[in-house]
Design a protein around this ligand. Structure first.
Ligand code: ADP
Ligand code: MG
Length: 365
């Protein structure tokens, strides 16, 4: 089996990675609580949801440009040590991939190798130090070794090696990062950064298959089966598009859904025009669209102008029967795209509104 390593592939990777990081954020933070400062999951959740929203609102034209943009974003938003480290991984990969529209499997191997080398340099870390390098180095090595069997087999091998590498950090004593302050007490715990690295390499493998990407990550699926035991409900944030024109609302919803590369968008409901199809805003259509988009995690409403904004504000003042509905102060098309990508990845209402807000800053000149 083979798959083109084109822009669509790397967009699927980013969306899958974001969704998995969001689903696993509490677990990653729990690992960091044992040997660090309990922020790894929150750090990465903030970084990836914000990067996914930014990339959707201002789409890069090539795989290299996409990875570079995500890397810059992670360095700027993550906060902890993992921010500059993952930022370096992605920027280095972006640089090695250059301007090519479709990446060759060998070039991806070179990019992985160079990325691991740059993290080792920046962190002054080597395999065995109980860091993300313990997952990333075996992944790059396994990819290179399995490449003669094809790119899908190579990415599968890389993902397995990364997961094994992460598990193998349990008996190690940390020699880098905060965990090293614990000395021998760091033994017996899995390294949070190696664990998130294994998730990211697994997302790269899953990006080879749109069906794998659309499946809910393990922890999300478990949460859906046992909702009583989880803090967050299993649904996703919905978005509603209120325009004077039925066609504009419907086609903006379609565009936003089409740009969710995993093929599994969160709900996006249009409320355009008047019920007879003429130009205007209908409170009744807005209410129905909110009902259709609401899965219990909140709804972000995008309006075009004038009476659309006024109608939504009036409805907000009345309330939507218990649903958490907010108006997004953002450009209609770019904001909706950024918001839907973040919602599709499992971001909460605050993250979705922040992604929409980011879209205001994307200059066109
Ligand atoms: P912080 O440690 O600043 O709170 P995070 O919690 O987000 O940052 O990330 C911690 C992870 O970063 C660790 O589990 C480890 O994998 C990785 N890490 C920390 N320092 C280094 C380093 N010098 N080299 C490689 N990886 C490191
Ligand atoms: Mg930490």
């Amino acid at each position: 089996m083979t798959v083109p390593l084109d822009l669509a592939f790397f967009r699927r990777f980013l969306e899958r990675a974001t969704r998995v990081i969001v689903a696993e954020s509490a677990y990653l933070t729990e690992l960091d609580a044992a040997i660090g400062d309990a922020d790894h999951g929150a750090n990465l959740k903030r970084g990836f949801t914000s990067a996914a929203g930014a990339v959707a609102a201002e789409p890069p034209a090539t795989p290299g440009a996409l990875l570079t943009a995500v890397g810059v974003h992670l360095t700027n938003t993550v906060g902890g040590a993992s921010g500059p480290l993952y930022g370096t991984v992605l920027r280095r990969m972006g640089k090695v991939l250059g301007e090519e529209a479709v990446v060759g499997p060998e070039a991806l191997g070179r990019a992985l190798g160079a990325a691991v080398a740059s993290v080792r340099r920046l962190g002054d870390s080597a395999p065995g130090d109980k860091t993300m390098v313990d997952a990333l180095q075996p992944a790059a090595d396994a990819y290179a070794a399995a490449l003669p069997r094809g790119v899908v087999a190579a990415l599968d091998a890389a993902a397995r090696a990364a997961r094994e590498g992460a598990e193998a950090t349990i008996p190690l004593q940390a020699r880098r990062g905060r965990a090293s302050y614990l000395g021998e007490r760091s033994i017996g715990h899995q390294d949070p950064g190696a664990t998130s690295s294994a998730m990211l390499v697994t997302a790269l493998y899953e990006a080879t298959d749109p069906e794998l990407c659309a499946a809910p990550p393990e922890r999300e699926a478990a949460a859906a089966e046992a909702p009583a035991q989880t803090a967050e409900p299993a649904g996703r944030v919905g978005i509603v598009l209120v325009s004077h024109s039925r066609e504009v609302a419907a086609s903006t919803a379609e565009l936003a859904k089409a740009l969710v590369g995993t093929g599994d968008p969160a709900p996006a409901a249009p409320a355009g025009g008047l019920p007879d199809g003429s130009v205007g805003t209908s409170a009744d259509l807005v209410r129905r669209a909110v009902g259709a988009a609401d899965q219990g995690r909140g709804v972000a409403v995008f309006c075009d102008m004038g009476s659309a904004v006024l109608t939504v504000k009036a409805l907000l003042a009345e309330g939507f029967g218990g649903s958490d509905v907010r108006i997004a102060d953002a450009p209609f098309v770019e904001g909706a795209v950024a918001a839907l990508v973040t919602a599709s990845a499992g971001g909460d209402l605050a993250a979705v509104l922040a992604a929409a807000d980011d879209a205001r800053a994307y200059r066109k000149l």
